[in-house]
Design a protein around this ligand. Sequence first.
Ligand code: GLU
Length: 321
Amino acid sequence: MRSRLAPSPTGALHLGNARTFLLTWLHVRAAGGTLLLRIDDLDGPRVKTGAARAAVDDLRWLGLDWDEGEGVLVQSERGAAYEAALARLADMGLVYPCVCSRSEVASAASAPHGPEGPPYPGTCRGKWRTAEEATAATGRPAALRGQLSLLHLRAASGEVKAVPDLLYGAQTFDVAADTGDFVVRKASGTAAYQLATVVDDAASGVDLVMRGADLLPSTARQILLIDALGYPRPQWLHLPLVVGPDGLRLAKRHGDTSLRGLERQGWSAERIVGWLAWSAGLLPPRSEASPRDLIRAWDPDRISRETVVAGAPLGWDGRSG
Ligand code: GLU
């Protein structure tokens, strides 16, 4: 088994990320597998200086480790690998440049749409072969048009992808209806998350992807890319999110649930790990533990698909104030 921890250094790690990372760590360590570290720092404007270091420090503080000898993938240093994959997709005629702005895509929408916005209507499909051609033809300078030279992967209409998830079972998504042709390289020239994660997991031989259940719909898009690029499909195990008492995913309005913030409020790492272990059915409430203590108790069959409710402010069992 080869898996990875892939923090996004866009802010402090919070209880939800910590739960995903702890359960991933337990699953891999209990199986005697290899655990890699990857830094998902492609989300340009949202990546905060020093946050990668802070994420690594937070993971260590919790008591998590990874197999150092395997090296750490830093996505912002992987541009050449992403370009090589994009060139292969282009050779297969699967991607095309697009100069539509976000607002143009939004105003072309005729039907109500989901949280990711309306599906791309395919306006630029088949118009130009390269981003340079598109720029020359439209004169849309990248500096003014944020979306210039987007590359979209074609999503065949009616294409339904079943994501075989180890916890949620088969989940089906209609990529064409949900997102349409989706972005694989942003106007800035940076690879989009969908492409980067697929290229990196293939390059590092990851055969089990564990991450938050918010990424389940993304997995359908990633399967299109994996199959197009001829990579082996990994297995997927998505983990339920931690939500506030209002049922919404953890955010500022629920108080400070960052690990740093909880530490300031007097929580030790052992108490946080104990709470997370309780939330995964591994320990009684109000326990304290280190990740190593939990390896023997680890039982993936105990993970529930229910979202985990954290009280605000967090009490011992996460439900009382
Ligand atoms: N960086 C993503 C996150 O922190 C995980 C991406 C992935 O596992 O593919 O939610």
